[in-house]
Design a protein around this ligand. Structure first.
Ligand SMILES: Cc1cc2nc3c(=O)[nH]c(=O)nc-3n(C[C@H](O)[C@H](O)[C@H](O)COP(=O)(O)O)c2cc1C
Length: 195
């Protein structure tokens, strides 16, 4: 069986972030043939600069992030909602992952099988951030899972003291979106083998 490698990014830098905890829960509840690696370098990604956005001039951390996304079979993004949208740190990383001005490297997000989840303490559970992120992913031509939607609302009630996701509905939805992501990865693999 081919193991699918999924690269995961949390849009929150906060210690104890519910979105980062959601990614840890995803690692626990993956379908058997999926491995999830959680990115821990978002804080180090500098502001996007078009003048530096080529292989020779990009900061090494950006080239490394691009390589890891290019090599991954799929992406998993957990986004908080900041002011009804995507946190700037996450959008900034996405901008660095969207380009290939030379036409030789490949756009890391182009057609990448991707799942979006989110958690927020409010009752809307990050829905506006997730919709904003879907709009961004239309721009990057990213292949985003449509359903199920994983909106962990009242997120402070969904984890235990050790940070485990304990809400059964949320666990079921998380398993559902990971299975849907696996389906997209399988389809993408078949498409590339046929090409
Ligand atoms: C700058 C800022 C803006 C926020 N704006 C919203 C918002 O528009 N809607 C919302 O539901 N929560 C908002 N929140 C609350 C976040 O959803 C909450 O801090 C959440 O726990 C962040 O996710 P995390 O636990 O992964 O850090 C905001 C928080 C911050 C710091």
């Amino acid at each position: 069986m081919t193991v699918s490698k999924v690269f995961a990014i949390s849009g929150s830098l906060r210690a104890g972030s519910h979105n980062t905890l959601l990614l840890h829960a995803a690692r626990k509840f993956t379908p058997g043939d999926m491995e999830i690696e959680i990115f821990d370098g978002l804080r180090e990604i500098p502001p996007y600069d078009r003048d530096l956005d080529n292989p020779e001039d990009r900061p090494a951390v950006v080239n490394d992030l691009r390589r890891r996304v290019l090599e991954a079979d799929g992406l998993l993004i957990a986004t908080p909602e900041y002011n009804h949208s995507v946190p700037g740190v996450l959008k900034n990383a996405i901008d660095w992952l969207s380009t290939d001005w030379s036409g030789t490297e490949g756009r890391p997000l182009h057609r990448k099988p991707t799942a979006v989840v989110g958690a927020a303490p409010a009752n809307l559970g990050s829905v506006r951030a997730q919709l904003a992120l879907r709009q961004v992913f239309a721009g990057t031509e990213t292949d985003v899972v449509v359903k199920p939607e994983v909106l962990v609302f009242r997120s402070h009630e969904r984890f235990d003291a050790e940070g485990n996701l304990t809400d059964e509905t949320a666990v079921g939805l998380l398993q559902g979106i990971l299975t849907a992501l696996q389906d997209k990865i399988d389809a993408d693999r078949a498409r590339r083998q046929a090409a």
